[in-house]
Design a protein around this ligand. Structure first.
Ligand code: ADP
Length: 360
């Protein structure tokens, strides 16, 4: 068959066949590209081009070829997939990577369908799964962190319980024994907070937890938390607020949020600096603000800290770090109250977290 005729037939076939996928093609929800299995990308939608950072001009100038966007290590797997395509007329979606125009790799889920065997033309569907992969990575890191967070208190408890046994056997002073018991109790508290967070996280992921809501006074709720934490913390937690602020909420869950914010403020600021808890209202919302004068959070991290598993690497500035789920849970609780949890922060100066809940 003359080359030009074949080219025209391929073009017509692609036009006709892509008509089948037109809605999908135009929706740009998924990257779609057609191929002649000769390294050429014949047609591609905007989503496909955006995924790999190329322009339509690049495509039309022939700059965009499968070999340009495919990392070498996928050559064998791709050859196998093309055989699968000619045998079964389709490729079951599989994971691979493309090379973005700027050089970074993009994890994708790719499937394909053979449009015409004789003309050897196919259409390929590609979904960018970067976010999914990132989440998987964060999950792996999270499991590592949680294992560490669970193991450390257990090791400390073991140490102090051995110490306590020796103290009893050797008739040590009552003070020494009380100190060991106190340390064991503090580690149990740490474990209990972590396990509660883990259970809460599982609940928030799988269902809409139902809160029993009633009119509560945010001022009293925050004051109680401050009083309780002041008893166990060496930090000065200053409470500001006078007028009652009634919101419709769940007292236990909102206490949990405020406790988490104050604990974070203590964890991520230097000993000796104040923590301020402020309660006020305007005509729509009640507010609880927790301010610290600590490390602060960079603007790019401010956007991410409410995500599940997200933690900032403070490069060992603070040794009492957590598992990256406290703010996620707090955010979800406040959201389910119809409110908002936000942060303002200056690196090196400190952070202010604000809970806003619609007034009752
Ligand atoms: P973690 O258990 O790791 O503290 P969170 O979900 O409570 O998890 O917080 C997520 C991350 O946000 C923390 O790892 C920490 O780096 C950062 N962060 C939270 N609160 C503060 C704060 N007050 N100041 C600075 N960084 C904070």
């Amino acid at each position: 068959m003359p080359l030009q005729l074949k080219e025209d037939m391929i073009a017509k076939l692609i036009e006709e066949s892509l008509f089948k996928y037109q809605a999908l093609f135009d929706s740009n929800m998924i990257g779609i590209a057609s191929t002649d299995f000769q390294d050429r990308i014949l047609k591609a939608n905007d989503a496909f081009l955006a995924m790999i950072g190329y322009t339509r001009e690049d495509l039309e100038n022939g700059k965009l070829r499968w070999s340009t966007i495919t990392p070498k290590q996928y050559d064998d797997a791709d050859a196998q997939k093309i055989t699968e395509l000619s045998q079964h007329k389709r490729i079951v979606p599989f994971e691979k990577e493309y090379i973005h125009k700027d050089g970074h790799t993009v994890p994708v889920l790719v499937g394909a369908e053979l449009l015409d065997e004789a003309l050897s033309v196919g259409v390929c569907f590609a979904l960018d799964i970067s976010e999914l992969k990132e989440l998987e990575q964060k999950k792996d890191d999270f499991i590592g962190t949680v294992s560490h967070e669970l193991k450390t208190p257990l090791s400390v408890m073991k140490l102090y319980s051995d110490f306590l046994r020796n103290s009893i056997e050797q008739g040590a002073s009552k003070e020494e024994m009380i100190e060991s018991a106190r340390e064991i109790s503090a580690q149990v508290d740490k474990l209990s907070i972590l396990i509660t967070d883990l259970l809460n996280m599982a609940r928030y992921q799988t269902s809409e937890p139902q809160f029993a809501l009633s009119a509560i006074n945010l001022l009293e709720c925050a004051k109680e938390v401050v009083n309780e934490l002041s008893l166990v913390s060496e930090r000065s937690i200053v409470f500001q607020g006078e007028r009652a602020v009634y919101v419709t909420g769940n007292q236990a869950r909102l206490s949990q949020v405020i406790t988490n914010l104050v604990n974070n403020a203590c964890k991520y600021s230097a000993p000796g600096t104040d923590i301020i808890v402020r309660v006020h209202k305007d005509d729509k919302n009640g507010y609880v603000q927790v301010q610290d004068f600590g490390k602060g959070i960079s603007p790019e991290n401010q956007e991410k800290i409410f995500e599940r598993y997200y933690r900032i690497d403070h490069a060992n500035d603070y040794d009492d770090e957590g598992a990256g789920i406290g703010l996620y849970i707090s955010y979800e609780i406040v959201k389910r109250h119809g409110g908002r949890l936000s942060v303002e922060s200056d690196l090196g100066k400190g952070s202010t977290f604000t809970v806003s809940i619609p007034l009752a």
